[in-house]
Design a protein around this ligand. Structure first.
Ligand SMILES: *Cc1c(COP(=O)(O)O)cnc(C)c1O
Length: 231
């Protein structure tokens, strides 16, 4: 068994036990394997072990791997900061974008999504680390942005994404993610048809699952430590 195969099994075990602890069904939690900085061969190894969904942070790198591995039937998610001059490549290549944080980016993705492809699945990234990050829309502005995005053609609004500042403490991890869950539930109660809460990484996926995550984005715990340059 390769390391990647063993790591994937260990992550599925972590997801299942965190789900059970919260009386949730493990099948309601999707694993996104974050392959940024790793070569296509690593993705191939994970795919051979049954992993289908992969996340990338850098447009060119992601497009390169998606193109090279197009025969494998994988689903590619863009999860990194997105500048407006890179939206076309993302709209043409990826199935999902988790990191939309302003209307202009969503409008460009809608305009540039090819008619021949299914709608681009979109999450709005919220900023839960305040000063620590310049990415993501403030929690109190997310609802209005989502209402606008929900009206755009060729996009399908799916939910919220968050990247809290790293914290080793489980309770602190939960506290950081709780406002995202509360916003998600409020928006659903207001009638927004969203189903995805994209939060949880290698170090905090248990806390994220306890706070209702439906998709966890895991890199290091599957592929290993990234070299500093690509971290
Ligand atoms: C790198 C990255 C991940 C994966 O982080 P790990 O700590 O390696 O699991 C998840 N989400 C985003 C947005 C990332 O950039």
């Amino acid at each position: 068994m390769t390391t990647i195969t063993a790591n994937l099994q260990a992550i599925h075990t972590r997801i299942a036990s965190a789900a059970r602890q919260s009386c949730r069904n493990p099948d309601d939690i999707t694993l996104l394997a974050v392959s940024k900085t790793w070569p296509a061969e690593s993705v191939r190894a994970a795919a051979a072990a049954g992993q289908r969904r992969f996340g990338e942070n850098y447009v060119q790198e992601g497009v390169g791997k998606a193109t090279e591995l197009s025969g494998l039937g994988l689903e590619w998610h863009f999860i990194g900061p997105l500048q407006s001059n890179k939206t076309r490549a993302v709209a043409e290549t990826f199935a999902w974008v988790h990191s939309v944080d302003r209307l202009k980016i969503a409008e460009r993705l809608a305009e540039q999504r090819p008619e021949a492809l299914p709608p681009l699945q979109v999450c709005v990234q919220v900023n839960v680390s305040n000063e620590a990050s310049k990415h993501g829309v403030p929690l109190d502005a997310a609802g209005a942005l989502m209402m606008q995005i929900a009206r755009l053609p060729r996009l399908r609004l799916r939910g919220l994404m968050a990247i809290p500042a790293p914290n080793p403490d489980y309770e602190a991890q939960r506290r950081a993610l709780r406002p995202v869950r509360e916003l998600f539930e409020r928006l659903r109660a207001d009638g927004l048809a969203i189903d995805t809460l994209s939060m949880g990484m290698s170090h905090d996926l248990e806390a994220a699952i306890a706070e209702g995550a439906t998709l966890v984005r895991v890199g290091t715990a599957i592929f290993g430590e990234r070299s500093k340059a690509g971290a």
